[in-house]
Structure formats: structure tokens, C-alpha cells
Write a protein that binds this ligand. Structure first.
Ligand code: NAD
Length: 277
């Protein structure tokens, strides 16, 4: 079978659950060998087991993307295990909402750390590896295009009440993406963003009383959406429904395949037809 990502080495942060999980499974099903990261060990292991059971290759790199030593460890896992690095997907994250007058510095910096500083450090650590691979390929006349896909949000493009921290970080990653597309063109590496609208995951699932929380890195963070609000949101989506994690993974996949080798510095909105919030 001719698979579009055969033998590629893909790193996906936050791929134990939700959108990241679907991305890891999709890339693996197309032949990529995947480094699966998550804050939580059990879901990361489950994803690796699922990939291996389907005949694919994957390895875990458990830990928080905000840890100062994480980026080197993550890139090192790819290089040591699979001797390569072709695709990086910066997906790990969560929301921690409040109106600005009630938002703490801790909430602000938590969003900057996970959505902006962590991708910056990962891509900084990846650069020497990509540069060395690109140089060797140029010398051998064997040109390979590498792919970075940073996960943003429509909140980063249009704003969303209660998310000044999150929307600022998700706008920031779009700026970093456009800059790296300029810096890394000579490394034959495309750098793009996918900005999601409303994708049904733990972060956004309907919760009966709107008071569900998840333990994220030791903090109890409010997650989920009140069912009435959920119904209103879905009515406003042109395609008439929230996206699934597989829908979300499809948009990332488009930016990883050879057909998108000349697309760089772009933000692809994956929002079921929404053109604003
Ligand atoms: N669901 C949506 O509607 C939506 C919309 C726009 C953007 N996004 C973005 O998509 C990405 C994935 O979100 P999701 O909806 O799949 O959420 P999710 O909670 O279902 O999955 C996110 C995963 O990331 C992990 N994670 C969180 N913080 C981490 C850290 N510090 N280090 C390592 N792993 C960490 C979690 O443990 C979890 O497994 C996030 O960046 C989110 O902001 C989601």
C-alpha cells in the first residue's frame, strides 16, 4: 500500500487525548512513526498501544511541555528512537478562562507557557536537527520537505469573551508561525497553523451543570460547555455541527502531505464554515 507519510518521523504534543490523539492516529495510519507526548502517562501509553496494534510504530515521551528540559528531551526521543524528524505538531493545551478583571497572573502565564513558550522551545530545539538533515540532503541531492503545524484557535483570530489569555497566546503562535515560515524556507520546512472553531473534546463536551473540571498538571480547571450553549453554538455553525477530533486531524494531515509542500506561513481555519466568532 502506498501511504503518503511512509517512514516519516512525527512529533505530536498533547496526543494522549482529543485532537492530538486523532492527529497521532491519522499520521501513524499514513505510515508515520510517532512520538506521542502527553502530560498524563496512561492516555499516552494507550495511544502508542493503539498505533502498534494497527501495525504502526510509536513511542511515548511523557511530561509537561512547559517543563524547561522538555523540548530537548522530546526532540532527543525522535532522533534517538527513529533517527529523524520530519513533522512537528504543537497541539498540547487547554483553556483557563476568566474575564480580564478577574484573571490572575497565574492564569495569564499558564496560557502563555503552554500555547506559546512551549512551541517556541520545541521548535528552537528542533532547528539544529532540521538544519543538519537539510544540509546533508542538499549535499546528496535528495530534497525532503519537513512540516511544522502549530495549533491555534479561532479565538486567536477573532477573540472570545473570557479568553484574553488564551486568545492572546493563540494569536501569538500565528505570528511565530509566519516568522518561522520565513526563517525555515531555506531549510525546506513549511510552517503553518490550524485554527479550530468548535471541536468536541474533553474541553468542550456538553456537561449537565456546566461545572465539570479536569485535573490538568495538578490544577482543577473548568472544562465542558453547558448543553444549551452547546446547542446554540452548533446552530450557528454552517455545517450544522461541532467538529470531531477526526475532522480536526484531517486539517493537520493536509498540511503534512507532499501536496502542501509549497504552502507555508498560513493559518487554515477548521471551523465547519465559520468565518468569525
Ligand atoms: N476543542 C476545541 O474546540 C479547540 C478549539 C480551538 C483550539 N483547540 C486547541 O486544540 C488543542 C487540543 O485541545 P483538545 O480540545 O484536544 O483538548 P483535550 O483536553 O481533549 O486534549 C489535550 C491534551 O493535551 C494534554 N496537555 C495539556 N497540557 C499539557 C502539557 N502542559 N503538556 C503536555 N500535554 C498537555 C492533555 O493532557 C490532553 O491529553 C489545544 O491546543 C486547544 O487549545 C481546541
Amino acid at each position: 500500500m502506498n501511504r503518503s507519510l511512509e517512514g516519516k518521523v512525527a512529533l505530536v504534543t498533547g496526543s494522549g487525548r482529543g485532537i492530538g490523539r486523532a492527529i497521532a492516529l491519522k499520521l501513524a495510519s499514513e505510515g508515520a512513526r510517532v512520538v506521542v507526548n502527553d502530560l498524563d502517562e496512561a492516555p499516552a501509553k494507550e495511544v502508542v498501544a493503539t498505533i502498534r496494534a494497527a501495525g504502526g510504530e510509536a513511542v511515548t515521551c511523557v511530561g509537561s511541555v512547559v517543563a524547561t528540559d522538555f523540548a530537548e528531551r522530546f526532540v532527543g526521543t525522535a532522533v534517538e528512537t527513529y533517527e529523524g524528524l520530519d513533522i512537528v505538531v504543537n497541539n498540547a493545551g487547554y483553556t483557563w478562562d476568566n474575564v480580564i478583571q478577574k484573571m490572575t497572573d497565574e492564569q495569564w502565564y499558564a496560557m502563555m507557557d503552554v500555547h506559546l513558550t512551549a512551541p517556541f522551545r520545541i521548535l528552537r530545539a528542533a532547528q539544529p536537527v532540521i538544519r543538519a538533515l537539510a544540509k546533508a540532503e542538499a549535499e546528496s541531492g535528495n530534497r525532503t520537505v519537513r512540516k511544522v503545524v502549530n495549533i491555534s484557535s479561532m479565538a486567536g483570530l477573532f477573540g472570545n469573551a473570557g479568553q484574553s489569555n488564551y486568545s492572546a497566546a493563540k494569536a501569538g503562535i500565528i505570528g511565530m508561525t509566519m516568522t518561522l515560515a520565513k526563517e525555515w524556507g531555506r531549510l525546506n520546512t513549511t510552517v503553518n497553523c490550524v485554527a479550530y472553531g468548535f471541536i468536541k473534546t474533553r474541553l468542550t463536551e456538553a456537561t449537565a451543570d456546566g461545572n465539570a473540571t479536569a485535573n490538568i498538571g495538578g490544577r482543577e480547571i473548568k472544562v465542558g460547555v453547558n448543553p444549551d450553549l452547546m446547542a446554540t453554538i452548533e446552530r450557528n455553525i454552517p455545517l450544522g455541527r461541532g467538529g470531531t477530533p477526526d475532522d480536526a486531524a484531517g486539517a493537520v494531515y493536509l498540511l503534512c502531505i507532499p501536496e502542501s509542500d509549497y504552502v507555508s506561513g498560513q493559518t487554515l481555519v477548521c471551523g465547519g464554515g465559520l468565518t468569525g466568532l
